[in-house]
Design a binder for this molecule. Structure first.
Ligand SMILES: Nc1ncnc2c1ncn2[C@@H]1O[C@H](COP(=O)(O)OP(=O)(O)O)[C@@H](O)[C@H]1O
Ligand SMILES: [Mg+2]
Length: 310
């Protein structure tokens, strides 16, 4: 039998009459990285807070390493690490002092050795004695990660850990996360950077409190997008030209704008579709740099999904 680190059964969380998390069920395997993806307000943070024992479920059951969240919340708190979306560090302490503070809370054994180890692991030695308020965002995030992992938790909850961090540091951050998962840590991570989802073993798509789908990325891609994607790279006036392009007479399943590139999901023959688009652009004087076929990105899927449901 598969060992689950986290089991969520029909979880609902209401705030007054408002339902923030609506009857969701899923499991996370030991050593798995599960990505929680969804727009703002989808219910990601609320779900994590329930799983950490910070909020009591309105309905449903949650088990963390077989401990019942309603009964054994104190036990659960000792085996999890939580990096909250809001900044969790003391800005007037140094990096070292922040980590030491959390090590104290968790009663970490061999405290100094552990602190040294995590500082090395996260490559933040040069900032050890810097006041936290003065750190660049990417480094702060790493320090927050250090405090969440100082007691070597079995499970790590990361709520938008890379928000506002530049791509290079984000990549480094993910390399660390993946290493920990390989060593057996179970990780539940939220993000709205769709490209980061590729680092997860499975992803859960959340929208308006509901679990829209969960599975491996390719599996989800295959399920939702049948047909192909044509990309039209516009030269100028992206929004205006996009709005014109939307009116094309062709069986389009979905059309969306990603920066300067319009994604058209459609299922007629690709060459025929290209020709239709080219002709249309010519008639409407839409200036474009390039038209090419692409694989669906998670963003396409997400937009497609949310439109379908609403
Ligand atoms: N303590 C609270 N009281 C009332 N409403 C809340 C509270 N916390 C979150 N919400 C609402 O629940 C919904 C889900 O929020 P949240 O879980 O933070 O979403 P996400 O993390 O996906 O952006 C939002 O509409 C939010 O305003
Ligand atoms: Mg959130």
């Amino acid at each position: 039998m598969e060992k689950y680190s986290i089991e969520v059964q029909n979880l609902t969380k209401k705030f007054g009459t408002f339902t923030a998390v609506d009857d969701i069920s899923f499991n996370v395997k030991e050593g798995e990285i599960l990505g929680f993806l969804g727009p703002n307000g989808a219910g990601k943070t609320t779900t994590i807070k329930v799983l950490c024992g910070l909020l009591i479920p309105t309905k449903g059951d949650v088990f963390v390493e077989n401990y019942d969240i309603r009964k054994d919340v104190e036990k659960i708190k000792t085996i999890i690490g939580y990096m909250s979306q809001k900044f969790s560090l003391y800005t007037d302490l140094t990096v070292y002092e922040n980590i030491k503070f959390y090590a104290g809370i968790y009663g970490v054994d061999r405290e100094e050795a552990k602190i040294k180890e995590i500082i090395e692991m996260l490559d933040i030695e040069e900032y050890k004695n810097t006041i936290t308020a003065e750190l660049p965002a990417g480094i702060r995030q790493r320090v927050a990660l250090a405090t969440a992992f100082i007691h070597s938790p079995k499970i790590l909850f990361l709520d938008e850990p890379t928000a506002g961090v530049d791509p290079v540091l984000r990549r480094k951050f993910w390399a660390i996360i993946k290493k920990w998962a390989q060593q057996g840590t179970t990780i539940l991570v939220t993000t709205h950077y769709m490209d980061e989802a590729e680092n997860c073993n499975r992803i859960a798509l959340i929208n308006q409190g509901k679990l829209v789908d969960i599975g491996e990325i390719d599996e989800i891609k295959g399920k939702f997008i049948k047909g192909n994607i044509l990309c039209v790279e516009l030269s100028e006036n992206y929004v205006k030209e996009f709005n014109t392009l939307k009116k094309i007479e062709m069986p389009v399943k979905d059309i969306s704008l990603h920066g300067s590139i319009v994604h058209i999901i459609q299922d007629i023959d690709i060459e025929e579709a290209k020709k239709k688009i080219k002709d249309y652009c010519k008639t409407k004087e839409i200036k474009y740099k390039n038209i090419f076929e692409d694989k669906p990105s998670l963003e396409d899927i997400f937009i497609n999904l949310i439109r379908k449901k609403s």
